[in-house]
Design a protein around this ligand. Structure first.
Ligand SMILES: Cc1cc2nc3c(=O)[nH]c(=O)nc-3n(C[C@H](O)[C@H](O)[C@H](O)COP(=O)(O)O)c2cc1C
Length: 191
């Protein structure tokens, strides 16, 4: 089996986002692994229109050039980490749009979540898991979160993710679980 590839998806695109910081922190830890390879996928590079298709893209292929580029990109990966914020108790709208814009690239692949927010982005992750199920993904139990005053200190620019030593083992554990599922499902998909 070739080295499984993991896409780390930055789920917010606003100018003042901290999502990029979160992804930079995550990939630094992830890159220490030798059994998986990682690539950051920034939704800013895939500015799809608000969904205006004839139907679900699983049934009616999109003709939108950015939608097609997005779909093609996802097929390169064997699993995903969604780096997600929580917007009004759910996922950022731009992420939902991106999820709706693809199908084959998601199916039968594992997904885990690195989330941040006052409650660690937990409510967003719960909803994201349900969306992932609908896309025939395997949403994982093990996740990592930055929450509460620690999150606020990052949001206010007073601290960085790396300033919280407890976070790294949580991220490593999350990736360990992702590795297991990624290899198992890759093998099964290829069989
Ligand atoms: C539209 C909007 C809604 C938000 N709603 C929540 C929320 O429900 N829960 C929460 O913990 N933080 C909420 N926040 C604060 C975000 O956690 C914080 O702004 C975070 O930095 C957003 O991620 P981003 O910087 O990557 O966009 C909200 C922020 C925005 C812009």
């Amino acid at each position: 089996m070739s080295t499984p590839r993991i896409g780390i998806i930055i789920s917010s695109t606003r100018d003042a986002r901290i999502g990029k910081q979160a992804a930079d922190y995550l990939i630094e830890i992830a890159s220490k692994r030798e059994d998986l390879s990682f690539e950051v996928i920034d939704l800013r590079d895939y500015p799809m229109p608000f969904f205006n298709e004839l139907g679900a893209v699983s049934l009616i292929p999109t003709k939108d050039p950015i939608g097609l580029k997005w779909q093609k990109k996802l097929t390169e990966f064997d699993g995903f980490v969604f780096v997600t914020a929580e917007y009004n108790g759910s996922i950022p709208g731009v992420l939902k749009n991106a999820l709706d814009y693809a199908y084959e690239g998601w199916v039968r692949k594992p997904a885990t979540y690195f989330a941040y927010g006052s409650l660690g982005g937990a409510r967003a992750v719960e909803q994201l898991r349900l969306i992932c199920l609908e896309l025939h993904m395997a949403p994982l139990q093990r996740t990592a979160h930055l929450q509460g005053v620690d999150f606020f200190s990052v949001m206010e620019g007073k601290k960085q993710f790396k300033d919280f030593p407890y976070l790294e083992p949580l991220v490593e554990d999350m990736l360990e679980h992702l590795a297991w599922w990624t290899k198992a499902l890759k093998q099964a998909r290829e069989a």
